[in-house]
Design a protein around this ligand. Structure first.
Ligand code: OTU
Length: 599
């Protein structure tokens, strides 16, 4: 990087960054803060390796580079996939065979000793988990991936550190500088906040505070007691995290998954989620990244009600600001679409995904959804209550019915399990894609065929909706629920391990893997042929179980029912799934997909 290109970007984008910092910390504090921020930006820019600076230049010239029909992703724990980082480097060919262009590695950074919430209790943001390898190994992996046009993504869990992170340890040792990195409250104050706070893990980590004698009060712990929420109202946290993020970008990470990003700002009397200041923080991070490492993507993980999700792409700041649109994240998980797909499968109705596809349009330039059918977390049902409220007078009852079905209720082909509930309240459900879709329970060829179709149906929803469609490790092979976590005292309490099996490399040659991966390849090829990526378009079908999505030049129809349905008006088109010409009235088989494009 020539110093002048950083300086040019600094000059152009400093107003954006300053504006957000001023809103968060006030003009007085900004004056002292800014020279320190500038120093971090310049120092990290000076360290940026040439290969990454070249990527910056290339991507600035092509800001939509990741909104592409062939942009498919993969997400995995390193150890469960390949043991170590080096082991993973040797398996990149598997990712290439799937056409993956984006790889999200979970639990890569050094985690807390003992239970670490699957790596989401980070003990050192700048070190690799020692069991997995070293930063040098990761740099080699990143270079190998880059050569194969695969962007490496790492989690940045910015809401909390582990209780054994050096900052937390210094705080416990009485260092006032680091104590102020966290929220320490008196009992009454904590109780006053608690009154308006929901719980993320009500059964395994009830409440949002943990009494820590060494801290002399209640430490804010939204998730597990060993995950200490950072106090973002302290500008020192902002400086430390910007510096950390830019250092990681210089190691070759091309994307950051901003974990639990909705939780960053606390405000008494509110649920402390999705606060305006949380958005200002993300805008500040984005501006810093755009100055120093503009090749790098930000991805928001905001598992919140549908209507509150699009703001994580950014917003127009309005008349008092001539800067116009303030970007936040390039990518945002389309959690609601994922949830809606499973609801549709359970209730054999496309009503909910239709509503979510409609709500998913109109993306800004240089932005896309991250779409997916499953991930390492549970399927949390709450996010779509608002969408269903417009469709059903009792959305919670309706979602409970869908959840119970997927959890294996009477006569169900699904084999899931309730998460953080005994099944009587609405929270989340666990299970691998294959087990939830019916493969585990299938005892004959007919049932297996239906399970394969349901898996392809949800993969089609993810791919046809135009997002960066990401497969969770093992789902391409149809891996089933893994109950071995119950024998491990550190994991037995955490039901999400049910769907985090070890990769079964021998299964890749088996019939399930060949069928599922084959269907994935067909869908990928169809999307590439359609030219579609980015904002999805909902197509009304008039048939309750039939979802229609416009993808590029094509129209995709997904049959969410165990009965055949007919679709008209496709004469002259070709179905990219079967390869056959479409007749005027076409029958879509149970759980089938038709991807109709120009012949
Ligand atoms: C994220 O998820 C991670 O994906 C989880 O694996 C972590 O446990 C958690 O953060 C803490 O770091 O609330 O908005 O219900 O959906 O915990 C993000 C389970 C989150 C997840 C939820 C979550």
């Amino acid at each position: 990087m020539t110093p002048s290109s950083t300086e040019r970007r600094l000059e152009a984008l400093a107003p954006r960054l300053k504006r957000q910092l001023e809103r968060l910390y006030g003009a007085d504090r900004l004056a002292a803060l800014w020279p320190r921020m500038e120093r971090i930006l310049r120092d990290r820019a000076a360290e940026r390796p040439d290969a990454l600076a070249a990527l910056d230049t290339a991507r600035l010239a092509d800001p939509d580079w990741f909104v592409a029909p062939d942009m498919l992703g993969y997400s995995t724990y390193v150890d469960r996939f390949a043991g170590t980082v080096d082991g993973l480097t040797e398996r990149v060919d598997h990712l290439e065979s799937l056409g993956v262009r984006y790889l999200h590695l979970l639990a890569l950074l050094k985690a807390r000793a003992g239970d670490s919430d699957g790596g989401f209790a980070v003990a050192d943001y700048l070190a690799i988990e020692p069991r997995l390898g070293t930063m040098a190994d990761v740099e080699r992996l990143a270079a190998r991936l880059r050569a194969g046009r695969i962007s490496l993504c790492v989690d940045l869990a910015l809401n909390h550190t582990a209780d054994d992170h050096p900052w937390a340890k210094a705080a416990q040792a009485g260092d006032p500088h680091y104590r102020a990195f966290y929220h320490v409250l008196g009992d009454d104050e904590a109780q006053a906040y608690e009154a308006a706070l929901p719980e993320v893990f009500p059964t395994t980590a009830p409440g949002n505070f943990t009494a820590v004698p060494a801290m002399g009060g209640q430490v804010w712990t939204t998730f597990y007691p060993f995950q200490w929420d950072l106090n973002w109202s302290n500008p020192e946290v902002m400086l430390a995290i910007v510096d950390t993020m830019l250092r990681l970008a210089n190691h070759g990470f091309e994307a950051f998954r901003l974990d639990s990003i909705a939780f960053l700002w606390k405000q008494l009397g509110t649920d402390c989620r999705n606060r305006p200041e949380a958005h200002f923080i993300v805008r500040a991070l984005r501006a810093a990244l755009d100055i120093v490492a503009p090749a790098t993507l930000l991805k928001a993980e905001a598992i919140v009600p549908t209507a509150l999700v699009p703001p994580y792409f950014g917003a127009d700041e309005g008349a008092d600001w001539d800067g116009g649109f303030e970007p936040e994240c390039h990518l945002v998980y389309n959690n609601s679409l994922m949830v809606a797909g499973w609801v549709a499968l359970a209730e054999q109705s496309a009503t909910l995904p239709h509503a979510i596809v409609e709500a998913s349009g109109g993306l800004p330039r240089g932005a896309n959804w991250l779409s997916y059918a499953r991930c390492h977390d549970d399927i949390g049902w709450g996010a779509v209550i608002g969408d269903l409220a417009g469709i059903d007078p009792d959305p919670v009852a309706r979602l409970k019915t869908a959840a119970r079905f997927l959890e294996g209720g009477d006569g169900s082909w699904a084999r899931g399990a309730p998460f953080q509930s005994d099944g009587s309240v609405l929270h989340g459900s666990n299970g691998t894609m294959a087990s939830l879709a019916g493969l585990e329970a299938a005892t004959d060829d007919e049932a297996r065929e239906m399970a394969f179709r349901r898996i392809a149906l949800l993969n089609a929803l993810s791919i046809a909706s135009g997002g960066l469609a990401t497969t969770y490790m093992g789902d391409e092979a149809g891996l089933l629920n893994d109950t071995s976590y119950l024998d491990d005292p550190e994991r037995a309490h955490e039901g999400r391990w049910l769907h985090r099996p070890d990769m079964d490399w021998s299964a890749l040659d088996g019939p399930a893997a060949r069928r599922i991966s084959g269907d994935l390849a067909t869908l990928r090829a169809a999307r590439i042929a359609s030219g579609g990526a980015g904002s999805p378009v909902a197509i009304a079908t008039g048939v309750p179980a039939l979802l229609g999505i416009g993808c590029g030049n094509d129209r995709v129809f997904l049959n969410f029912s165990d009965a055949s349905v007919a679709v008209d008006g496709l004469d002259g088109l070709r179905d990219r799934v079967s390869g056959k010409a479409c007749s005027d009235t076409l029958t879509i088989e149970p759980w089938g997909v038709i991807w109709a494009g120009p012949a």
